[in-house]
Design a protein around this ligand. Structure first.
Ligand SMILES: [Zn+2]
Ligand SMILES: [Zn+2]
Length: 117
């Protein structure tokens, strides 16, 4: 009998580390029934940012920021960020800047073919 391999203990429990806090968290318990990963980490990252003002390591948000008013939001995925930008642009006719985690900033402009008559 050998005790040196216990794969059960090391199931891929998602962990999140934060260099600034010098801490690491295992999300295992909160994730029981979910896919390992994305949602729990996303939720954790948003919570962490809310409490500390920064994101954990390896998490870089999409930032949607309006050019014309103080409105803005941060997202951890492209789709909601883009949806927010397009919705804000359409409703307010403002141009929104969409900053991806890497790469060039994109301007989302209101479309003229909108539902305003
Ligand atoms: Zn932190
Ligand atoms: Zn605006």
């Amino acid at each position: 009998m050998t005790d040196d391999a216990r794969p059960d203990d090391e199931r891929d429990a998602p962990t999140v580390a934060c260099e600034r806090c010098d801490r690491e968290w295992v999300l295992d318990r909160e994730v029981n029934d979910l896919d390992p990963g994305s949602h729990a980490i996303e939720q954790f990252a948003l919570d962490h940012e809310r409490h500390t003002g920064h994101y954990p390591d390896g998490v870089t948000p999409w930032v949607a920021r309006c050019d014309r008013c103080p409105d803005g939001e941060r997202f951890l995925a492209e789709r909601p960020a883009r949806r927010w930008a397009e919705t804000h642009a359409r409703h307010t006719r403002h141009t929104v800047r969409l900053e991806p985690p890497t790469g060039a900033v994109e301007a989302v402009s209101p479309r003229d073919d909108g539902d305003q008559s």
